[in-house]
Write a new protein. Sequence first.
Length: 197
Amino acid sequence: MLTALRWTLAVVAVVAGTVALLQPAAPDAEPVGAVGPPAPVVTAVGTGSPTAPAPISVAVPSVDLSSSLVPIGVDTTGALVPPADYAQAGWFAQGVAPGEVGPAVLAGHVDSRSGPAVFWGLEDIQVGAQVLVGRADGSTLTFTVTRVAEYPKTAFATQEVYGPTVDAQLRLITCGGEFDRSRRSYTDNVVVYATLQ
């Protein structure tokens, strides 16, 4: 069915909980490096040019979250790299664009040494909340939050988060749980799941 919709499965080596692995979270923390082995992540990837306009902004009015979006990708180890600017959210441009069939992935930091970052309020989003994604053609997509989950990095739900879907969905990802000072990283990841209205 996905083949008929121009989607193929691609395996991308992405470190489970990648956003958190690259994020300094406590004011006195050292810069965070990638820790742990990479885990395979299955994600729906288009075989040609995207059919949907590129996303340029994201907003969740219920938690006062608003940011422009920049494309993000993976580093040489396959780890997803969030934007360098802690106030900036990113779109995983090697995946699908919001509005296309599959899970479009947005990622951002939860905090920095100086305080809250762009996705600080992610874990407070409630089921039923709206996520608005602005696109390059001037249109806005409205997604509805279906659930909010928190996964330990050691048991990250890679297939559930990144795996192909039969409709247009959105994932917002940041770090959460306790801050592990010995590893200089959060223990968990927070994932918001949303579906296009």
